[in-house]
Design a protein around this ligand. Structure first.
Ligand code: FAD
Length: 414
């Protein structure tokens, strides 16, 4: 094994974590981590938050400067992999260089979904933006200034985080969303309605159920026309309408791809010596009985570790295999954490969303705990996740009572 080479394509969250895990597990062969961005691997969650709010001091590097050299990880930045030959076990870089591998991890992430109606504005540039990379975030810093009128298209998590940061920076913000509610894919109405009220109270103009019909530049400003004829003018547009998994290499190499590179529970793709992890991967999910792509920081970390261990013939860590899905958002001064099933039919509150801290519990049709949301109450999340894994059935009065310690309840079900 010591003479072997593991190549990782994509030096983002999953790629960097996988490289670290390989060394952590004692792999002594060659590790090559290839990323097309110029920056050393960095975390994306701060891009919509601290990188905008404190551009001078925000830090988002995943590891320290010397981490990769100290661990003999060959970090190849500014290098795009343009071809993968799964049979010959080689990747080719845009420079023409070919690198042979014994095992390969595809950690290529996702790219922003483009919105054709905005093409009328002439593509991305000074006044039309998306947010996926550190370079994107740095381009937004001069846009989000006091008095600037910012049009945000898409009220998903990133759209609302941007709205929150933009308001904090003194910009005037309008959010345009075609769906009837914000964050519809990832949070229940009880939470998103309260959150929208908060955004409105901070001065955000929220246009829900408002598909975009047209975009134009008029007299030095941008005018977006909604399907009902409403015109909203601004100085800049930032749009976030979701992402598309980066699967081109996998597809061209003949790997199975279905809204993401299809992987099993150990992150194997359809090709024996090739693995995938993170936003690009669509993993078999026992609970739902289907493949799922998860676009979260924790999923990237978790799959990266699983893939690295599988490459070395090790099973995933026991607790990782059974954890409830988890992600978070920071907006309007709230830290909101989510675990489990956000489509649960019933939500029960412990405390009030109008006066956090507060926890929401999601129950299935039989009263079992399947989801939880903590609002400025992250310390309860670990216990909530443990109870979700057990599908605990707890009396509604107990769940709703802030005097009942959640940790003790979790211990009862352990
Ligand atoms: C603005 C923003 C805020 C977020 N906030 C949160 C949050 O609050 N909570 C949360 O849970 N999640 C959040 N996320 C999501 C989280 O950051 C992602 O799920 C995570 O980064 C996915 O990791 P990844 O390694 O799969 O992909 P990425 O981090 O995107 O890394 C993939 C890398 O691969 C590179 N690459 C792709 N193709 C090639 C190629 N052919 N050759 C070389 N390199 C290639 C890309 O350039 C990229 O650098 C946020 C994301 C964004 C964009």
């Amino acid at each position: 094994m010591n003479a072997s080479t593991i190549v990782i394509v994509g030096a983002g969250q999953a790629g960097a974590l996988a490289a670290a895990e390989l060394r952590q597990q004692g792999y002594a062969g060659r590790v090559v981590l290839i990323g097309e961005e110029a920056h050393a691997p960095y975390e994306r969650p701060p891009l919509s938050k601290d990188v905008l709010l404190q551009p001078q001091t925000a830090r988002c590097a995943i590891h320290g400067e010397t981490f990769y050299t100290e661990r003999n990880i060959a970090l190849r930045l500014g290098a795009a992999v343009t071809a993968l030959d799964a049979q010959a076990r080689t990747v080719t870089l845009d420079s023409g260089e070919s690198i042979a591998f014994d095992s390969l991890l595809l950690a290529t992430g996702a790219r922003v979904r483009r919105l054709p109606v905005l093409d009328a504005l002439g593509g991305l540039g000074e006044s039309v933006h998306t947010l996926r990379t550190l370079d994107d975030a740095q381009r937004l810093v001069p846009v989000l200034q006091p008095g600037k009128r910012v049009l945000l298209v898409g009220a998903g998590v990133i759209g609302l985080e941007l709205a929150s940061s933009a308001v904090e920076l003194g910009a005037q913000v309008a959010v345009i969303e075609q769906a009837p509610r914000a964050m519809a894919r990832c949070a229940p109405p009880v939470l998103t309605e309260a959150l929208c009220d908060l955004h409105r109270a901070r001065g955000v103009a929220l246009h829900l159920s408002s598909p975009l019909a047209a975009a134009a530049r008029e007299n030095g400003e941008i005018v977006l026309t909604l399907e009902d004829g409403t015109r909203v003018a601004g100085d800049a547009v930032i749009y976030g309408i979701g992402v598309v998994p980066e699967t081109a290499l996998a597809e061209a190499a003949g790997l199975r791809v279905d809204n993401g590179i299809v992987i099993d529970a150990q992150c194997h793709t359809s090709c024996a010596h090739i693995y995938a992890a993170g936003d690009a991967a669509s993993q078999w999910d026992e609970a739902s009985g289907r493949h799922q792509r998860r676009e979260t920081w924790e999923n990237a970390n978790r799959q990266a570790q699983t893939a690295a261990r599988a490459m070395l013939g090790l099973a995933p860590e026991a607790e990782q295999a059974h954890e409830a899905d988890w992600f978070w958002t920071d907006q309007c001064g709230l830290n909101i954490q989510f675990a489990g099933d956000m489509a649960a039919p019933e939500w029960l509150a412990r405390g009030s969303l109008a006066a956090p801290p507060c926890v929401l519990f999601g129950l299935d049709g039989e009263g079992a705990l399947v989801g939880a949301i903590t609002v400025n109450q992250g310390r309860d999340m670990r216990s909530a996740k443990a109870l979700i894994v057990k599908r605990a059935r707890i009396a509604r009065e107990t769940l709703a009572d802030p005097a009942q310690n959640l940790r003790n309840l979790a211990r009862e079900f352990a």
